[in-house]
Ligand binder design. Structure first.
Ligand SMILES: *[C@@H]1O[C@H](CO)[C@@H](O)[C@H](O)[C@H]1NC(C)=O
Ligand SMILES: *[C@@H]1O[C@H](CO)[C@@H](O)[C@H](O)[C@H]1NC(C)=O
Ligand SMILES: *[C@@H]1O[C@H](CO)[C@@H](O)[C@H](O)[C@H]1NC(C)=O
Ligand SMILES: *[C@@H]1O[C@H](CO)[C@@H](O)[C@H](O)[C@H]1NC(C)=O
Ligand SMILES: *[C@@H]1O[C@H](CO)[C@@H](O)[C@H](O)[C@H]1NC(C)=O
Ligand SMILES: *[C@@H]1O[C@H](CO)[C@@H](O)[C@H](O)[C@H]1NC(C)=O
Ligand SMILES: [Zn+2]
Length: 658
């Protein structure tokens, strides 16, 4: 009908070719439906629908004519007739919106600064839900007779609640390879047999989840947190929304996450969020925020504080416990005139700024703990190289003093359980606890610090199981330990650091690496207090600086130096900006000086390592543990937790909008 041109037919070829540079992720045609094709839903889960019709003005998809302002959208449940979405959800037909955007079709277009321009007409249906399990077809008809069909699947889940509590541990960036390396550093073995096991090794159920995102096979932590918490795969940087093509980071189609559904279904249930990252970071933010831009930190903190201001789709009134770092986002600043410490305490939260205050806080009241600016200092610095904590000017009150009484992941997690149990002993709770710096230290190629965080997570899991047992809650608690994505890390042998230090040139330094038979045995477990040997208890390396270290690394990196030794003077900076920033990053010659130069494999714009493709492990124990065995998708973690908590809402409601 309107302005359909022959060029539209050519799009089938050119659009299919657009892979890494996409006009709009999840929208291969000129008609876009979000949630997109193959979306899964929890029965009764609130979500928005965004429709867009694209009219490319120029570039390979250019077509003559004006954008379609008369497109139709229908919903069909398999076996029944199709009706307009407005009728189906019993809501008003939304207003037509218009905007335009530009995108680059490939690297050549980007180098030439030749963006393609697209005119857009759009609509959004807000806050709807599908209650009846089954297969649905959502059909957008545009330009007269072109169609985009999204097949939606509302999962048929049992509604009986089987778990009172869920504790979800996220080892950010954690892979099986890292667990293997951490075990080698912390657990003694005799003739190839470990004398002790990690807490993770003792879980009855092991699964693998695939972390790919909707429109890229490598995910970031925002997108993957969204998949784990809401059952929807989206785009890099997005939190609990599908990303539309408009500029506004807050108008994208939203969907409910597990904390929101849990609170809506069980208003007396508790929610806890614990992280070693700054609390505005993606993995904790995924339990509150709804935005296409994870960098909207003030939105994240305000979402913890009051939910979505203009969008009360749940009884969400903030978590009971919120513990982590990132004080800068709670203090008043140019970005945020609000003093969140005051606001939270006016809302009945106790505010703790150090470990002593954390432990002293009453368990029957809400608790906000912010222990320093930035990310929490790593386990290695807090426990082994404490000198690195001096002169950081990171006390969370913004006074510029040092934070010298810091909790770790274990302190925070056990306190969160105390508070949640005290406040919600009858109705149960959902707790997420994140070991964030496994990922953060992997990014900067600081493998010792990363594996220290992993061992701290393992110790926290062990202590959590003991705590739940002592509270009489273990049998009623589903415990899951998983990751949101991996890094391409592995160990291929050992390094004689004395020999490497003694060599003059880079090629002979490499002879310090021993592989196969010459890898030898772990020297990290030698020495240390006798009392810990072979005992079941805390397991960390007896020393971090043995002569023979691990020959460890990742598969993609910036220019850097490597000497395979612990960075005892503080977290590592592998690459630094060129004087002329346009030229990207170069090796930091002050890092790992006794080692050798390794030229980077990533674009020079990368100053650190990046996430990788690997499936990540899932450990589960407790009610519903059997759901977590095998190989499945990241979103299945959400659906399994929701099933176990009985969150599916299938009866009584029919379909409805507001
Ligand atoms: C498309 O049009 C825009 C706006 O006029 C222009 O900036 C851009 O360079 C054009 N792109 C191509 C590929 O022609
Ligand atoms: C793009 O949309 C604007 C209105 O926003 C309209 O004036 C213009 O003609 C459109 N261009 C094309 C090529 O459709
Ligand atoms: C794109 O949209 C902006 C603002 O909505 C408008 O000012 C501009 O003229 C539009 N560009 C084109 C080429 O339609
Ligand atoms: C810990 O916090 C409490 C309460 O804010 C404060 O009184 C105490 O001085 C703090 N301790 C340290 C070591 O900063
Ligand atoms: C900390 O800063 C003070 C004052 O600048 C300085 O005297 C001291 O040496 C510093 N300490 C460390 C461990 O860097
Ligand atoms: C690193 O790359 C530079 C060129 O960018 C080259 O001159 C040098 O030989 C390379 N060094 C190694 C160790 O590969
Ligand atoms: Zn991550």
């Amino acid at each position: 009908m309107r302005g359909l041109s022959i060029l539209a037919a050519a799009c089938t070829l050119s659009c299919a070719a657009a892979q890494t540079f996409q006009r709009l992720g999840g929208c291969p045609d000129l008609g876009c439906v979000f949630p997109p094709d193959q979306a899964d839903f929890l029965p009764g889960q609130f979500f928005d629908i965004r429709l867009e019709v694209h009219s490319p003005v120029n570039g390979s998809e250019a077509r003559v004519g004006v954008p379609d302002s008369d497109f139709k959208f229908t919903i069909t449940k398999k076996g029944s007739h199709s009706i307009s979405a407005a009728k189906y959800f019993k809501i008003k037909e939304p207003e037509l919106e218009r905007w335009n955007f530009t995108w680059y079709e490939d690297l050549f277009a980007q180098d030439a600064n030749q963006p393609s321009l697209v005119n857009v007409t759009a609509k959004a249906y807000r806050r709807v839900a599908l209650y009846e399990p089954g297969e649905y077809e959502a059909t957008l008809t545009y330009y007269g007779h072109e169609k985009t069909v999204a097949n939606w699947h509302v999962r048929d889940l049992p509604t009986k609640r089987r778990a009172k509590n869920v504790v979800l541990f996220v080892g950010d960036g954690m892979t099986t390879n890292m667990i293997t390396a951490a075990r080698l550093m912390a657990h003694r073995s005799i003739n190839g047999k470990y004398m002790t096991k990690m807490a993770l090794d003792k879980f009855p159920i092991l699964g693998h989840q695939m972390t790919h995102s909707m429109d890229s096979f490598i995910t970031d932590s925002a997108n993957s947190a969204t998949a784990l918490y809401s059952g929807h795969k989206t785009t890099v940087n997005a939190l609990n929304v599908y990303v539309d093509s408009s500029e506004d980071p807050f108008d994208d189609p939203k969907f409910e996450n597990i904390a929101e559904v849990f609170r809506r279904r069980y208003p007396d249930g508790g929610v806890g969020i614990v992280s070693t990252a700054f609390l505005a970071d993606a993995t904790p933010a995924g339990l509150a925020a709804h935005t296409s831009d994870r960098g909207e930190y003030d939105h994240v903190i305000s979402a913890y504080y009051e939910g979505l201001k203009d969008y009360k789709w749940t009884k969400w009134n903030g978590p009971d416990v919120l513990l982590g770092a990132g004080a800068e986002n709670f203090l008043t600043s140019e970005d945020s005139p609000r003093d969140y410490y005051n606001l939270f305490s006016e809302k009945g939260y106790n505010v703790a700024w150090n470990n002593t205050a954390l432990h002293n806080a009453p368990n029957d009241e809400k608790l906000l703990g912010v222990f320093q600016t930035s990310n929490l200092e790593t386990w290695l610095d807090r426990n082994v190289y404490q000198g690195n904590l001096v002169n950081q000017s990171n006390y969370p009150d913004g006074s510029g003093r040092d934070a010298d009484d810091l909790p770790g992941l274990k302190d925070m997690t056990l306190k969160a359980i105390d508070v949640l149990h005290e406040r919600h002993g009858d109705d149960g709770f959902f707790l997420m606890s994140e070991a964030a710096s496994i990922d953060k230290q992997m990014h900067t190629l600081d493998y010792d610090r990363s594996l220290g965080e992993l061992l701290e997570l393992d110790d926290t899991v062990r202590a959590t199981i003991e705590k739940l047992k002592s509270l009489g809650e273990l049998e009623d608690t589903l415990i899951i330990v998983t990751a949101d994505h991996g890094h391409g890390f592995d160990v291929t042998g050992s390094v004689d650091t004395d020999y490497m230090d003694a060599q003059e040139d880079d090629r002979s330094k490499r002879n310090a690496v021993g592989y196969y038979h010459n890898s030898g045995l772990s020297q990290y477990t030698v020495g240390g207090p006798k009392s810990l040997r072979y005992s079941e208890g805390v397991h960390f390396p007896a020393r971090w600086d043995p002569r023979y270290t691990l020959h460890a690394g990742v598969v993609a990196f910036p220019d850097h130096r490597e000497n395979y030794q612990v960075h005892s003077e503080g977290p590592r900076t592998p690459a630094i900006a060129a004087k002329d920033k346009k030229n990207g990053y170069y090796v930091n010659y002050k890092d790992a000086v006794t080692g050798f130069l390794i030229n980077g494999t990533l674009p020079v714009s990368a100053d650190q390592g990046v996430h990788s493709l690997t499936d990540v492990p899932v450990f589960a124990q407790g009610p519903c543990q059997e759901l977590f065995g095998g190989v499945y998708n990241s979103i299945d973690i959400f659906f399994n937790m929701a099933e176990c908590l009985g969150l599916a809402e299938t009866k009584g409601k029919g379909h409805s909008g507001h």
